[in-house]
Write a protein that binds this ligand. Structure first.
Ligand code: IVH
Length: 330
């Protein structure tokens, strides 16, 4: 098969699996197998710039919004993240930062990569107004009524130093804690219903319910990790300041977030969480490493798909065979 044919084949395959994962909440292959397809496609596309890529799934993160929920145009795009699959890819990212920023010291903020669904939650004058999924990054789905049922999502933000911002968009991950996931599957088994494959899938299925009363019974949670559009709010110099602000507003911010001053420390953080990934009560699939200084972020900017100032260090896939067999037997 020629490389051009393989590109066409990979584009169709990736689009198919995007739809299974995002559109139908019913993935057919593992995240690792999916990542391998996307990587191969990226590499081949880089070798063949003469082949137009406008309709390639590599040009848009995730899926296009489906018609079941009203579309929401994101005030600021919800981009995806570049991945580092191992130590050397993380080091290569560190080298690119040094080339772009010179000798300036870089502080990194390391966060657990929560395996859930990204949402953008809009508050106006401190009041919950709207929530949307990421969709294709530009247009997501309106899940306002569903996200409103998540107890970790405040209906009203705390007032901090004066008036509430006219607009404040909070970005974060909606997820299903493992205990809730196990309870849900035990209940499904008792009633002879289909089990959910994993907590991410259960969270996605629970969020995209036409009846928010069903979502309300599903015990979803949130970790907030980023600001979207802000109008009339305070100015920040660093990501850590924005996280403190989110916390002071009453939003849940993950307690395991750490600021680290060297890439060696970042690598140690990644290695630690790779080993202890099951010590928290929710699924994580990596570590997100972000440049803390917002002026440095400006300097680094974005590629067409993702910010240059952040990267997702992905944990290697786990041996799931036993787990799957156990599930089928039980
Ligand atoms: S930051 C521009 N932080 O990972 C940066 N994302 O592969 C936006 N995710 O779409 C994302 N935990 O759904 C960020 N602590 C974290 C995260 C996180 C999980 C997800 C998010 C994003 C995807 C990118």
């Amino acid at each position: 098969m020629s490389e051009a044919d393989r590109i066409a084949e990979l584009r169709a395959l990736v689009a198919y699996h995007d739809e299974r994962y995002y559109g139908l909440d019913d993935p057919e292959i593992s995240d690792a197998d999916y990542d391998a397809l996307v990587r191969e496609l990226h590499e081949l596309e880089a070798r063949h710039p003469e082949l137009p890529a406008t309709d390639s799934p590599t040009q848009r993160p995730g899926h296009a919004a489906t018609t079941a929920f009203a579309p929401v145009v994101h005030a600021l795009p919800m981009t995806s993240l570049a991945n580092a699959m191992d130590r050397s890819e993380l080091e290569a990212w560190g080298d690119r930062l040094v080339r772009a920023l010179g000798d300036a010291p870089v502080r990194f903020v390391c966060e657990l990569k929560i395996d859930g669904l990204a949402v953008s939650i809009r508050y106006e004058r401190g009041r919950y107004m709207q929530a949307a999924t990421r969709g294709d990054g530009q247009v997501g789905e309106d899940v306002t009524a569903n996200v409103a049922t998540v107890s970790a999502v405040p209906a009203e933000l705390h007032r901090v130093a004066g008036d509430h911002p006219a607009v404040l968009e909070v970005r974060g991950e909606i997820f299903m804690p493992l205990a809730s996931f196990e309870r849900l599957n035990a209940a499904a088994e008792a009633t002879g219903d289909k089990r959910f494959v994993n907590p991410r899938n259960a969270a996605a299925g629970s969020l995209r319910q036409k009846d928010p009363a069903v979502t309300a019974r599903r015990d979803l949670a949130l970790w907030a990790y980023q600001l979207g559009e802000v109008q009339g709010g305070p100015a920040f110099n660093s990501h850590l300041e924005t996280l403190d602000y989110l916390r002071s507003l009453g939003l849940p911010v993950n307690p395991e977030i750490r600021a680290l001053d060297s890439l060696d420390d970042v690598l140690a953080f990644c290695a630690h969480w790779q080993e202890h990934r099951h010590s928290v009560g929710y699924e994580i699939d990596g570590v997100v490493v972000k440049v803390d200084d917002l002026a440095q972020r400006e300097q680094l900017g974005f590629t067409s798909r993702a910010p240059r100032w952040a990267i997702a260090y992905k944990f290697p896939p786990e041996e799931r065979t036993t787990l799957l067999r156990d599930i089928q037997v039980s």
